[in-house]
Design a protein around this ligand. Structure first.
Ligand code: HEM
Ligand SMILES: N[C@@H](CC(=O)c1ccccc1NC=O)C(=O)O
Length: 272
């Protein structure tokens, strides 16, 4: 027998499964029905949540790096955030193999549960600046979840941190726009758009902010693709049924396609 010299006795050593805690990870899939596709559905969501966990950590690190003027590090972290979103986007192709006939065999078992109640998803939206406080309600019954959302609201969003960088580096932005952590979705602002116009008109003089702006545009571009892939998958699988979470379903998700995380970065392009 040729075992290529591989270690085989793990009776007193840490193995692959030990390190990754696979007993717990792989026993956390508990389908509620006999429908074959429920396992696909569960794994699709669990892997998405794992990637979201990594994404949230990178967003935290990136915000801290920008606040401390460590831009090259922030660029690396934001590039990773976007690559994680790309990973999430590619996952939809697996779920799209599930037809309406497959899904309806277990949809009732889901009750009122829905991705609408994803804490990590909401934290990502809040971290990016889409701070719709009404979205906290489904988390009110879980004190740790409500506290995590409150803690996020006590921090400046990624966009605010970027605008704070601009304010520290010679751009005229009142403290009211970059100081206190936002408590509502960011609204398009003429003064902010004027700053981006200055940056994009002289990229050499404003190279760091220009690079930062393009990283944000990249991030929002991939985030929009996620929303679009989601709503297209939903339409394919449940048509125009109401969502289990209580919204209008596709109608609600289509409205969310219009959300602009960094509106001035898109609108400034009309002026360039
Ligand atoms: C067949 C698959 C899916 C269907 C039919 C579906 C359906 C829906 C619907 C109808 C909503 C609106 C809320 C409601 O009333 O329920 C929603 C929201 C949501 N779903 Fe899904 N979904 C699917 C897969 C996924 C996957 C794989 C994820 C990944 C984590 C996900 C995450 C979310 C999130 C985060 C929201 C809230 C979006 C927002 O508020 O903007 N969904 N989904
Ligand atoms: N809202 C979906 C159900 C759903 O997709 C779902 C249910 C439980 C856990 C995650 C889900 N995914 C995304 O919303 C529906 O209306 O069919």
């Amino acid at each position: 027998m040729n075992d290529h010299g591989a270690e085989t006795d793990f009776s007193d050593k840490m193995s692959y499964g030990d390190y990754l805690d696979l007993d717990r990870v792989l026993s956390a899939q508990r389908p509620l029905s006999d429908a074959p596709d429920e396992m696909l559905f569960i794994i699709q969501h669990q892997t998405s949540e794992l990637w979201m966990k990594l994404l949230l950590g990178e967003l935290d690190n990136a915000r801290r790096a920008i606040q401390e003027d460590r831009l090259p590090e922030a660029f690396k972290m934001l590039a990773r955030v976007t690559r994680i979103m790309e990973q999430l986007n590619n996952q939809w192709d697996v779920l799209r193999t599930m037809t309406p006939s497959d899904y309806t065999t277990f949809r009732d078992a889901l009750g009122k549960s829905s991705g609408f109640q994803s804490l990590q998803y909401r934290l990502i939206e809040y971290a990016l600046g889409n701070r719709n406080l009404a979205m906290m309600k489904p988390h009110a019954h879980v004190p740790t979840a409500a506290a995590a959302l409150q803690a996020e609201l006590a921090r400046p969003s990624l966009y605010q941190v970027v605008l704070g960088f601009a304010a520290r580096h010679g751009f005229d932005l009142p403290a009211s726009k970059v100081g206190l952590p936002a408590q509502a979705p960011h609204q398009q602002d003429d003064q902010i758009r004027a700053i981006w116009a200055q940056v994009y008109r002289d990229t050499t003089a404003n190279w760091s902010l220009y690079q930062l702006a393009e990283k944000l545009v990249d991030l929002e571009d991939y985030f929009r693709r996620w929303r679009f892939n989601h709503v297209t998958t939903v339409e394919r699988v449940i048509g125009f049924k109401r969502g289990t979470g209580g919204t209008g379903g596709v109608d609600y998700l289509k409205k969310m396609l219009a959300v602009e995380l960094f509106p001035e970065l898109w609108h400034v392009r009309t002026e360039l």
